[in-house]
Design a protein around this ligand. Structure first.
Ligand code: HSE
Length: 429
């Protein structure tokens, strides 16, 4: 390559775009020294050129037209940070067809259309880099693609949504209500534009999809992932869990078993002694278990402008190296196959259940019989505070197939002594 500057075009200048630009401005010389070539942001497509931004940006760079970026022959790398699926997918395809390398932080898109986009990139002799799509600033995609490539990955378990971890931490440590904690997370720039994706578990499911696809070389659809968010988690359950020696976390779990894949995102009680229990606020942590390496843990800031911008900049640098050295694009993750997925009712877990029952003799015995009849073994059963007529009962089961547990709960709901089933949460080992 002749000794010229590598030119970058950006799509979107929101939280992550601002962080990316800030890092390129602040560490530009260091980045150039490491690369042996300069980087220049040539154009940025935004929705509103007049918007006030937290980062200094030359107004001349701004355009409202995506084509001014993806069709500019001088631009080498297109950095897609606009989010969403439809327009972003079209923009990335056009950029690849126009011979650009692509960097994206778009987990919704990579989870749903990653295989298609990577195949197009490979066809074009280009590449898509998406480190920032999972875990913000924490390296996860590169370890899966490169450092751990010789392993058969057996299991992934982690906390991969900063917003929900922040909310659960605030509820647990400060007794804050859900809405107040969510507002704080949004103000700090962790939450998605539509926070429903965070609190309903979809954001974590997208990220799990991306990691599991790489880990198991599997084609995974979003419907394969059993997804529950934290909207039904009550402060009361967080307090009871703590009394029992657990913390409540939104966990993402992917496992390759002999009879298929387990893929799920849900709130769960996790023992206070487990390292994931002490991952607080917007921090994320992921355990990967490989057959050769054993268990490795990744920990860091999973959201926010600079942490996510850090991953975007590293991807830009990787693309720039390929362009500078005129080497092969190095794309390797395109060989995905459809695998069996174990349905939720056959997945095995322990369960926490909170219910209200009439406070009268024989209630415990009736509960025990209902669980016994469904062949569900109980680990703990505690009666909490009761008023004149109602007792609150909290119980934890041993490992059981979910289908069998649900059957026992159905029997309980129909019993006249049971006033209400209030919460059901899984318990992680
Ligand atoms: N909303 C996401 C989170 C941002 O809270 O983790 C990073 O993907």
């Amino acid at each position: 390559m002749k000794n010229r500057t590598i030119k970058i075009g950006m799509l979107g200048l929101g939280t992550v775009g601002g962080g990316t630009l800030q890092i390129l401005q602040k560490n530009g010389r260091e980045i150039e020294r490491k690369l042996g070539v300069g980087l220049e942001v040539k154009r940025i497509a935004v929705r509103d050129t007049g918007k006030k931004r937290p980062v200094a940006v030359d107004q001349e760079l701004l355009t409202t037209k995506i084509d001014h970026v993806v069709c500019d022959p001088e631009i080498d790398i297109v950095v897609e940070l606009m989010g969403g699926v439809g327009a972003a997918r079209q923009a990335i395809i056009r950029a690849l067809e126009n011979g650009k390398f692509v960097v994206t932080a778009n987990k919704d898109l990579m989870a749903q259309n990653g295989a298609e986009l990577l195949a197009i990139a490979k066809n074009q002799g280009k590449n898509i880099f998406y480190e920032a799509s999972v875990g913000g600033g924490i390296p996860l995609i590169r370890p899966l693609k490169h450092c751990l490539a010789a392993n058969r990955i057996k299991k992934i378990i982690g906390i991969i949504n900063g917003t929900t971890n922040y909310i659960l931490t605030k509820m647990s440590l400060e007794g804050m209500e859900f809405a107040e904690a969510l507002a704080e997370a949004q103000a700090r720039g962790f939450a998605e534009a539509d926070p429903a994706s965070d609190v309903e578990g979809r954001d974590a499911a997208y990220k799990l999809n991306i990691m599991a696809t790489l880990a198991f070389s599997a084609l995974i659809s979003m419907d394969d992932i059993c997804t529950e968010g934290i909207t039904e988690v009550k402060l009361r359950d967080i307090r009871y869990a703590r009394e029992l020696g657990y913390s409540v976390k939104l966990l993402a779990v992917a496992e390759e078993k002999e009879d298929g894949l387990v893929l799920r995102v849900h709130p769960a009680l996790i023992p206070l002694s487990h390292p994931l229990a002490s991952v607080e606020n917007e921090f994320n942590a992921v355990f990967l278990q490989g057959d050769a390496v054993g268990e490795v843990m990744f920990f860091g800031r999973g959201a926010g402008a600079l942490p996510t911008g850090s991953a975007v900049c590293a991807d830009i640098m990787d693309a720039a190296r390929i362009i500078k050295e005129e080497i092969e694009n190095g794309i390797m993750e395109t060989d995905f196959t459809k695998k069996e997925v174990i349905p939720p009712h056959r997945q095995v877990s322990r369960f926490y259940l909170r219910l209200k029952a009439k406070d009268e003799p024989g209630v415990f015995a009736k509960l025990a019989t209902a669980f016994g009849d469904a062949r569900v073994s109980l680990d703990m059963i505690i009666q909490k505070r009761s008023d004149a007529e109602t007792a609150e009962i909290v119980l934890v089961t041993h490992n059981v197939e979910e289908g069998r547990f649900r059957q026992a709960v159905e029997t309980l709901s129909a019993m006249p002594v049971i006033s209400s089933i209030n919460s059901i949460l899984r318990v992680a080992d």
